[in-house]
Design a protein around this ligand. Structure first.
Ligand code: 5GP
Length: 137
């Protein structure tokens, strides 16, 4: 599938759309999910344009997973959670809705996972969670 540079995450990366960011460097951005499946639901995306993990060059994938680990540790500390569901959907048939590769970090149990991309979260509450995660980084 060809990469669509008008997808929502590409627009967030270019600063055309807002996002509640928790971490950014020259290769990766981490920000809060707008429709969280649990409190603290965070997304980590490589800046390399790729639709799915399968399209992402291996070095970018390796670096992104290092940042996923870093953010997960900060989430554990900041939010006082133990388990984190790490979810990565590759392809629309897997349920992927935004065609730019991303990792979901969802502080919950797989048995309690909320509905996927279904309901807008409380933005003030999400901002407060982001501040806690940033402080723990
Ligand atoms: P996917 O279905 O592609 O694995 O996940 C896409 C995720 O992006 C969903 O969890 C959805 O809630 C989130 N999302 C969709 N649009 C936006 C947006 O404009 N901003 C943010 N921060 N998250 C979004």
């Amino acid at each position: 599938m060809a990469y669509d540079d008008q997808n929502i995450f590409a627009r967030i990366l270019r600063g055309e759309l807002p996002a509640i960011k928790v971490y950014e460097d020259d290769q990766v951005l981490a920000f809060m999910d707008i429709m969280p499946q649990a409190d603290g639901h965070t997304l980590v995306i490589p800046k390399t344009p790729a639709v799915t993990l399968l399209d992402l060059p291996a070095d970018a994938a390796a670096y992104t997973i290092q940042i996923v680990q870093k953010i997960a540790k900060a989430m554990q500390q900041a939010l006082g959670v133990d388990g984190i569901v790490l979810m990565q959907l590759s392809g629309t048939s897997a349920g992927q809705t935004v065609p730019h590769v991303h990792f979901h970090l969802i502080p919950t149990s797989v048995h309690q996972l909320g509905k996927h991309a279904a309901q807008m979260g409380d933005q003030d509450k999400i901002k407060a969670q982001a501040e806690k995660i940033k402080a723990a980084l």
